[in-house]
Design a protein around this ligand. Structure first.
Ligand SMILES: NC(=O)c1ccc[n+]([C@@H]2O[C@H](COP(=O)([O-])OP(=O)(O)OC[C@H]3O[C@@H](n4cnc5c(N)ncnc54)[C@H](O)[C@@H]3O)[C@@H](O)[C@H]2O)c1
Length: 390
């Protein structure tokens, strides 16, 4: 039987618009699916830009207003790949229109928006997914399998960092196309919501909820020219963010993210130490997982660097022959492949909006703690709105 069409309406033609469009195009060639994504429409505010993108990636039509896209009856899923200030309004409207929703991370600019979005998808009962794509790096998925199999035993330490250096120049403006990440009104926060969000999502997925934390943030360059107002304006985002944390399972953790680590472009790395074994992963070497097993014969004991390219490894049977590695863009292919597999089995896929909301609770606690200077419980609300500490 031919795979049934699933019509995508993509919003945003930037970095993530390209990553998602590429994933929709690749997935039917490498995954055996009962559904086939159809590139039905792409939306950008600038029509010429949308036309160009549609031609390059093969979208059948364009829109210049996301409301028109959401209103279309020939769209099954709205994919939000536009800046953070657009996520809540689009997602809530798309939920009310009964669409499946894929949303880029962070779920929202702040906790209030994230809670409203999650309530909206729950109320509407629509399928939803957030693009925390690092879960689908095969080495990271393997780390999850090893932890779930109990190979690390009790976990004592989690260490994560995400380092960049692209905003260090004091004359870099803020706001507008390409630089919206420096404008707090659009981004919500700085590296806490942008980079640490990935570290928090991975960490809670791998070893469980964070209970308590103590954070600090810094804005090194206090004023920047705003591209839209043409004026020198205060910078409202955090340039660097770090926090100490305790997990519910008793593990201690350190998290750090910055855009002021000279020489680092996108170094996301984590290390986990358990009673029996440790593991470590680094985005710069994303196809390797470092693993140390204390149960190994003493003479041979040491860190092993596992080349994640074998058909035994997560996702790798979909790609090339053992020994040949894959890269960053494949994580998006894996995520949409998993979505379609879950859809055909009538199962849910994660991370959902509710999973991404768990990250927002931690982000909110980091920012609150950084402002107060005190330790902060990570408060969460369940589906009934009841507050639960930790
Ligand atoms: N999963 C990841 O690793 C990852 C990586 C980068 C970005 N992101 C997230 O993806 C989202 C987009 O980031 P990006 O790097 O692609 O940004 P970008 O600036 O490269 O692209 C944003 C696009 O959205 C369009 N846009 C802005 N407002 C719009 C509106 N109202 N209607 C329609 N289109 C609009 C812009 O014209 C542009 O084409 C952000 O939420 C960001 O945090 C996630």
């Amino acid at each position: 039987m031919d795979p049934s069409p699933f019509r995508i309406g993509l919003i945003g033609c930037g970095f993530m618009g390209r990553a998602h469009a590429n994933a929709y195009k690749r997935v039917p060639d490498f995954f055996d699916l009962e559904c086939r994504p159809v590139l039905q429409a792409v939306c950008a505010r600038d029509g010429a830009n949308a036309e160009l993108f549609a031609r390059q990636w093969g979208f059948a039509s364009i829109e210049t207003d996301w409301r028109a896209l959401v209103a279309r009856s020939d769209i099954d899923a709205i994919d939000i790949a536009s800046p953070n200030d657009t996520h809540a309004e689009i997602a809530i409207a798309a939920a009310e229109a009964g669409k499946t929703i894929f949303c880029e991370k962070p779920l929202a600019r702040n906790l209030a928006e994230a809670e409203q979005m999650t309530a909206a998808v729950d109320r509407a009962g629509v399928r939803n997914m957030v693009w925390y794509n690092y879960r689908r790096v095969p080495a990271v998925t393997l780390a999850k399998q090893l932890i779930d199999e109990g190979r690390l035993g009790r976990i004592f330490h989690y260490r994560a960092k995400f380092l960049q250096d692209w905003t260090m120049a004091p004359d870099l403006p803020q706001g507008g196309q390409a630089l919206w990440r420096l404008d707090a009104n659009v981004a919500g926060s700085g590296v806490t919501g942008d980079l640490l969000a990935h570290c928090i999502d991975t960490a809670q997925w791998l070893i469980g909820p964070i209970d308590r934390l103590c954070g600090m943030i810094e804005t090194f360059i206090k004023e920047r020219l705003h591209q839209q107002t043409g004026k020198q304006e205060p910078v409202g985002i955090d340039d660097a963010s770090a926090f100490l944390a305790r997990f519910e399972n008793g593990a201690l953790a350190t998290f750090e993210a910055t855009r002021y680590a000279r020489g680092h472009k996108a170094q996301y790395a984590f290390e986990i130490n358990g009673e029996n074994a440790s593991l470590a992963w680094d985005l710069h070497d994303l196809h390797r997982l470092q693993f140390f097993d204390h149960k190994d014969d003493g003479k041979l004991r040491g860190w092993r660097s596992i080349h994640i390219t074998d058909h035994d490894h997560p996702y790798m049977k979909h790609w090339w022959v053992p020994g040949l590695q894959i890269g960053y863009e494949h994580t998006f292919v894996h995520q949409i492949g998993d979505f379609f597999t879950a859809l055909s089995r009538d199962e849910l896929v994660s991370p959902s909006f509710r999973d991404a909301l768990a990250t927002e609770y931690v982000i909110d606690a980091v920012l609150k703690s950084a402002r107060s200077g005190a330790w902060q419980d990570v408060l969460r609300r369940d589906q009934q709105g009841r507050e639960t500490p930790g």
